[in-house]
Design a protein around this ligand. Structure first.
Ligand code: COA
Length: 260
């Protein structure tokens, strides 16, 4: 697939994906959503040796200013539900991606943009970052998981406040609330995200994938998280990397993980 709205650069086995609709503040239109689905559901999964993915927005103003309002302002109930369902399915691919996905939030992360950042495993917020769910200003609510993930990250009380007031919060407040992992000076978002991915890349890749799976199981209605952890732990025990990690510990040397 040739991407029109995503620029994918592979740098030191890290995929740095920039959403390139700067004129529309990187708003997520259908084409961009399909491209995200293609990367996280197909292309990215096939990239051998991929250490992780960074998502960011083109320009200095926005990470993503929401779903593209011009595309959904005339939907009826059934079409609106289908629109939200498709978005949730695509963001679930990001959340379930087996390598770390880090949002480098360089500006506005509003509506679908905040939801996209929340579907990533980690968030690095630059000085210009502004997070918010302003959908009630438009007469709608978040549809890409915002009412669920915001509660997961910051708790019900504060989530309800942000969802009902449509207030935006800055990077420092996002870190304080647990929405962002780090606040960094403007322009350093991708660098910090790379640093996090490089650190994770020194660990056993299959164990990282199992961590992601098990943590996601906590929030899944269909799964028992503790049971998921038990089977993931068991699966790790059979890997060559566990033998290597344990041997390296005993032999007081650095482990050489192969992802097997
Ligand atoms: N969908 C479609 N287009 C969008 C957009 C969105 N979510 N967010 C911004 N844009 C477009 C604007 O329409 C404008 O296009 P134009 O130049 O053709 O008029 C361009 O991006 C720049 O935005 P603008 O509003 O002029 O910038 P600003 O600095 O005055 O304001 C924001 C920035 C982010 C506060 C403002 O754009 C905004 O409120 N956007 C919508 C946020 C939102 O409600 N998101 C949730 C959607 S569910």
């Amino acid at each position: 697939m040739n991407y029109q709205n995503l620029l994918v650069n592979i740098e030191d086995q890290i995929a740095v994906i920039t959403i390139t609709r700067e004129k529309a503040l990187n708003a997520l239109n259908t084409q961009t959503m399909l491209e995200l689905r293609h990367f996280f559901g197909e292309a990215g999964l096939q990239m051998e040796g991929l250490k992780g993915v960074i998502l960011t927005g083109a320009g200095e103003k926005a990470f993503v200013a929401g779903a593209d309002i011009t595309e959904f302002n005339e939907l009826d109930a059934a079409q609106g539900s289908a629109f939200a369902r498709r978005g949730q399915q695509i963001f679930a691919l990001i959340e379930q991606f087996p390598r770390p996905v880090v949002a480098a939030v360089n500006g506005f992360a509003l509506g679908g943009g905040c939801e996209l950042a929340m579907a990533c495993h980690l968030r690095v917020a630059g000085e210009k970052a502004k997070f918010g769910q302003p959908e009630v200003n438009l007469g709608i609510i978040p549809g890409y998981g915002g009412t669920q993930r915001l509660v997961q990250y910051i708790g019900k009380g504060k989530a309800l406040e942000l969802l009902m007031t449509a207030d935006m919060i800055d990077a420092a407040e996002a870190v304080r609330l647990g929405l962002a992992n780090y606040a960094v000076p403007a322009g350093e978002e991708v660098g910090k995200a790379k640093e996090l991915i490089e650190k994770i890349a020194t660990k056993a890749p299959l164990a990282i994938a199992r961590v992601i799976e098990s943590v996601n199981a906590y929030f899944s209605a269909e799964e028992d998280g503790f049971a998921a952890e038990i089977s993931a732990f068991g699966a790790c025990c059979e890997t060559a990397d566990f033998r290597e990690g344990a041997a390296a510990f005993v032999e007081k040397r650095k482990a050489n993980f192969l992802g097997k």
